[in-house]
Design a protein around this ligand. Structure first.
Ligand code: TMP
Length: 239
């Protein structure tokens, strides 16, 4: 397969066209942003770690019957995915209160929610990804009710699979964000699943093993991402 011109550069990835119109070539960057791009930095090796971690999760989810865009790894930083028409909705699943939910509702971080809470956000940098509901999604024509139902059901299935899997790695899946898109009429899980898009807490020490270390200037950001990779694969990565 051939890597052709760059189609899009996002905050964490570059996306290239390939000689197959159904497939895209994704390159993960070390750039990190937070708070809608206000905070910027570099996490050395993040591109490699997130590419490998996300590939690991997507392969595992495909085996569990969750249709997704992942096709193959090209190298440590690059992967091939199915081209999706991205639905402009971020689907967030929360198991413990943290981050924006804890702040907005005055809850202590770590409070058990007694079952998953699903939030939707409108993917809009201009508006700062505002929280929306099913009716807003319909009114904004972001997705059909059937597509919303598929996204919700898939997000909850992913929660069951990943929560159990991470428990076996001594990691609590606190919350995470998913994105979906349409490929040949089918809703597929897309984007990435990585320490950039999830909150992972060490279940023994409650130490944060995710991007909150960057957002909150907690230090040892690279080490946390490496630790997640090590727990998932049992392997070390040479950066
Ligand atoms: P939040 O608590 O800031 O709303 O974040 C919820 C989850 O979504 C958390 O695991 C981090 C992830 N997330 C993203 O992947 N991208 C984003 O832009 C934001 C704000 C959160």
């Amino acid at each position: 397969m051939q890597k052709l011109e760059m189609l899009y550069e996002g905050k964490a990835k570059k996306v290239y066209r390939t000689d197959n119109p159904d497939l895209l070539w994704v390159e993960y960057k070390d750039d990190a942003t937070a708070f809608n791009g206000e905070k910027k930095g570099t996490i050395v090796g993040k591109g490699v770690l997130n590419n490998l971690i996300s590939a690991h999760f997507f392969q595992m989810l495909a085996q569990e019957g969750v249709a997704n865009h992942f096709v193959e790894l090209i190298n440590e930083r690059e992967q091939i995915v199915k081209a999706l028409d991205i639905i402009q909705v971020e689907v967030i699943v929360r198991n413990l209160a943290a981050g924006s939910m804890a702040k907005r509702l005055g809850m202590e971080e770590g409070t058990d929610l007694g079952g998953p809470v699903v939030d939707y956000c409108y993917k809009s940098d201009e508006l700062g990804d505002p929280l929306i509901n099913d009716d807003h999604i319909r009114a904004l024509k972001l997705a059909t009710p059937e597509q919303v139902q598929t996204m919700r059901e898939t997000a909850l299935k992913v929660n069951q699979i990943l929560t159990e899997y991470m428990k076996g790695k001594n990691i609590i899946l606190v919350d995470y964000k998913l994105e979906f898109g349409i490929h040949k009429g089918q809703v597929l899980l897309g984007d990435e699943i990585s320490p950039d898009t999830c909150r992972f807490w060490d279940s023994r020490t409650m130490e944060k093993l995710d991007k909150d270390r960057f957002r909150r200037d907690l230090g040892q950001v690279e080490d946390a991402y490496k630790e997640v990779y090590r727990r998932l694969t049992g392997k070390e990565v040479n950066l």
